[in-house]
Every structure is written in C-alpha cells, then in structure tokens.
Design a protein around this ligand. Structure first.
Ligand code: PEP
Length: 254
C-alpha cells in the first residue's frame, strides 16, 4: 500500500506573519504524526522561515511553482535547485490557476517537470483537470488523457523518481463543493490506465501517486478516504486553518 499524502496549497493567501503563525500551529498540531506525508506549500518568500519552524517535525515543504530552467536570464523565476536549497522536497507544477491566469500550457509544464526530475531531490505534483465547459460537453476523459500525454510523454523515469498526479477539476477548485467521490475515482482510473499506457503497469504503479483536489473540507473528506486509486488529497482553502486541516489529514492518515 502506498503512503497516503495530503498537500496544502496556501496559494497567495497569507502574508509573512500569517504564514509563520499558521506554520507554528501546524507544527504543534502534527507533532504526533507518524505515518503518511503532510506537505505544506507556502509562498516562495515564506519558505525559508517556514522551513526553520518545521525543523524537527515530519511536515515536508513544497513550492507552488518552479522555472523550467536551472540557471540563466529568467528574471523573476526560481529554479528547481533554488527550491531544494531552500528546503523544498515537493513542487506543484501546472496548477490550473497558473494555466488560467499565467497562460501556462502543457508544453511548459512538460519542461518544468523535466527540470524538476533532473534535480533528483524534488517530487513534482503535476496538476491536471477539465474545466466546466469540457465537463458539460463530455470531454473530461479525453482532456485528462491529452494533458497526461502532453506533460509526461517521452519521459523515462529513473529508479528513484516519483511523480504525483493531482486530479483537480477546475470548476470544483475554490467553489465550496467537491465532486462526488465516485466521480473522482472514475477520473483516477482513467489517469491510472493512461499511465499504464505511457509507462507500463509496473512503473505506473511504483512511480506514480494520484491525489484529488477541489474544495475538500473536514465535512466531505470521508468520501475520499478509501477509494482504490486515490493516494491522497491536495487542499487549498481548508489548509488555511490549522484545526480544519488537521481534521482533513486525520481522516486520510491514520
Ligand atoms: C487548489 O488550489 O489546488 C485547491 C484544491 O483549492 P481548494 O481546496 O480551495 O478548492
């Protein structure tokens, strides 16, 4: 059985003081965490100070974005190695908010993914998911397969390289209503089958985890806990409150 993982995406919602206060609360809440993996993705600027707070705890650090280049004339960007130097072990790649507002496409996401894997020290969390129009017109399955092909096609993974695929239906993110767990599981099955096609069943199973993201709260989390192809969750809004996030995590990680 794969280790369960819950990832918190703080987006651009917290200033420095709020980030550090929340990090302290999280450290305290999760002091007895033994199994599973909890990953917090603060803003870039808070990462070094949050890292200091998490010292001695089992909580891991992630970033919300990364550059596809390691070094060079990339004004305003942060490289994969810079993230590892700052203490990150995970990084979100291709979040739908970046696809929508920063016009990131899957070609760019593919390059970012390659750069991240090259460091050997960062685990990418690749976001995929359909928008409302695509869902309404029954194109979800096609969209998921296409996004996976574009982002992962042509990659060959080394023994130690792992990738997390986050299925995030865009219309559910920040909406307050998660999709039905059975629908998430169906989408995860499509993802699993596509990974089997791209990499073969052994690599698909050993090197990939699949998580769901989109309006998860302590009230709806139970439905997502025991699904066959769901290894964890990506949580936005509900990760901004330590008590609420703790309840979500406790439902997933026993
Ligand atoms: C997200 O931003 O990836 C996310 C899942 O947000 P929320 O939980 O707020 O829908």
């Amino acid at each position: 059985m794969k280790e369960k993982i819950v990832i918190a995406n703080w987006k651009m919602k917290l200033g420095q003081k709020e980030s550090l206060d929340l990090a302290k609360q999280m450290k305290d809440k999760f002091k007895d965490l033994k199994n599973g993996q909890v990953v917090i993705c603060p803003s870039f600027l808070s990462i070094p100070e949050v890292k200091k707070i998490f010292k001695g705890s089992k909580i891991k650090l992630g970033a919300q974005n990364v550059c596809s280049n390691e070094n060079g004339a990339n004004t305003g960007e942060i490289s994969p190695t810079m993230l590892t130097e700052a203490g990150c072990e995970y990084v979100i790649v291709g979040h739908s908010e970046r696809r929508n507002y920063m016009l990131e496409n899957y070609e760019m996401i593919h390059l970012k993914l390659k750069a991240v894997l090259n460091t050997d020290k960062l685990m990418p969390i690749v976001c995929i998911g359909e928008n409302f129009e695509e869902r309404k017109t029954d194109r979800r399955d096609f969209v998921l397969v296409h996004q996976l092909q574009q982002s992962l096609g042509g990659l060959s993974l080394l023994q130690n390289q792992r990738i997390i695929i986050a299925y995030e239906p865009i219309w559910a993110i920040g909406s307050g209503t998660a999709i039905e767990p059975a629908e998430a599981e169906y989408a995860h099955k499509i993802i699993k089958l596509t990974l089997n096609d791209l990499f073969g069943p052994q690599i698909a199973s050993d090197h990939f985890s699949i998580v769901y993201g989109g309006s998860i709260t302590s009230k709806n989390v139970k439905g997502f806990v025991n699904l066959e192809n769901t290894d964890g969750l990506l949580v936005g809004g509900a990760s901004l409150n330590a008590d609420e996030f703790f309840k979500v995590v406790k439902a997933v990680i026993k």
